[in-house]
Design a binder for this molecule. Structure first.
Ligand code: AMP
Ligand code: MG
Length: 345
């Protein structure tokens, strides 16, 4: 299959790109689309044959459920059941964070095919905040199933080139919307009615942080962390590595002392802010030092650059990528989560 790239570098090209993407969705095909988090691989969420193409293009196991994207806020109520005891909180969250990087897991309506949810009675829903995605979603009109546009288990793509690296020849179309503004997958939450206030359970940390969610309920981090591995303990071997570089093993250090290089091996350092005083930059004669948040040490900046920097490091062909820990706060929680999952087991 030839993969076409639709550019959006002029109004004319953007119009063509939107038209091609909508027509792909309407004819039951998949198309890679830019969102503000990472690139998604979209298909008509109500068409099981189209959704099946997402799973086969990504080589994704069917038990791993997809996120669906709605074209406008009120479409949430067409795909999910919202019980009276959490209705107010759901409305507040949607009004505050949508369009944006927050995904709500709610009981699904029968209209959503089982293939989308991996047979679960719940569905994950969000409204993306990206002008081109928005135009495509609005013109298409229905819900779009769209997990990240990468091969299962590998790095999520934050540029058209990163999608093409993994899916070229496997999908008909990529809409090139430039680099993603947030760079990390959406925060996924579940809402339960609590005693005094609602309980917001974070199933996957992401760009919407604990501090922001706290205003709407008691925030707890899921013990089982629903992100695929734990979702299917019956297939642990297959799922040991997630968000992993394609070629190069990655190791997250807990402290500088825990690094002892092997003779003759080439190592690259994934540094948080690239400063000697943090204890990692001068630890070794690194083949390469890549910095997530140059100089300033801001977790939000690190989040935006994370997958891009990981991809660059993976292209170096060193023997191992050594990652410094990032602060366990804000978006840093999401980065740590990914570093832990990408660490070779
Ligand atoms: P993606 O990162 O784009 O591949 O998004 C899919 C992820 O969303 C899955 O791997 C799950 O972690 C999560 N997800 C989707 N649907 C559900 C659901 N019904 N319940 C819990 N988590 C879900
Ligand atoms: Mg993914």
């Amino acid at each position: 299959m030839q993969t076409e790239i639709a550019r959006t570098d002029s109004e004319l090209n953007t119009n063509d790109a939107v038209r091609s993407a909508v027509s792909a969705l309407q004819t039951g095909d998949v198309v890679a689309l830019p969102t503000e988090t990472v690139y998604g691989l979209g298909a008509d969420a109500l068409n099981p044959n189209a959704v099946e193409k997402i799973f086969s293009a990504k080589e994704r196991p069917h038990f791993d459920p997809l996120i669906i994207h709605v074209p406008h806020k009120t479409a949430l109520y067409e795909v999910a059941e919202i019980s009276a005891d959490i209705a107010k909180t759901v409305t507040q969250l949607v009004e505050t964070f949508w369009p944006g990087a927050l995904t709500l897991v709610l009981p699904k309506k029968p209209i959503i095919p089982d293939i989308v949810t991996g047979g679960l009675p719940t569905v994950a829903v969000r409204q993306a905040n990206h002008p081109i995605f928005h135009r495509i979603a609005k013109n298409f009109g229905g819900p779009i199933a769209a997990p990240s546009a990468n091969l299962f288990g590998l790095l999520s793509p934050t540029s058209c080139q990163a999608v093409a690296d993994q899916l070229d020849g496997r999908i008909p179309l990529i809409v090139d919307g430039g680099a993603c503004g947030q760079g990390l997958e959406s925060t996924i939450i579940k809402i339960e009615p609590g005693e005094n206030k609602p309980i917001i359970e974070v199933l996957r940390p992401g760009p919407v942080t604990e501090v922001e969610l706290k205003k709407f309920g008691k925030v707890v981090f899921s013990e089982k962390n629903f992100d695929v591995e734990e979702a299917a303990p019956e297939a642990p071997g297959m799922l040991a590595n997630h968000y992993a570089p394609r070629e190069t093993p990655l190791r997250l250090l807990e402290s500088p002392e825990s690094f002892s290089p092997e003779e003759g091996k080439r190592y690259a350092l994934l540094s948080y802010r690239g400063q000697s005083k943090d204890g990692y930059v001068d630890l070794h004669d690194w083949d390469e030092v890549s910095v997530l948040s140059p100089g300033s040490g801001r977790v939000a900046e690190a989040g935006i650059r994370f997958f891009h920097v990981m991809r660059q490091l993976d292209l170096l062909n060193v023997d191992e990528i050594i990652a410094e820990p990032v602060p366990d706060r804000g978006v840093g929680k999401a980065i740590l989560d990914k570093l832990r999952k990408a660490t070779a087991k």
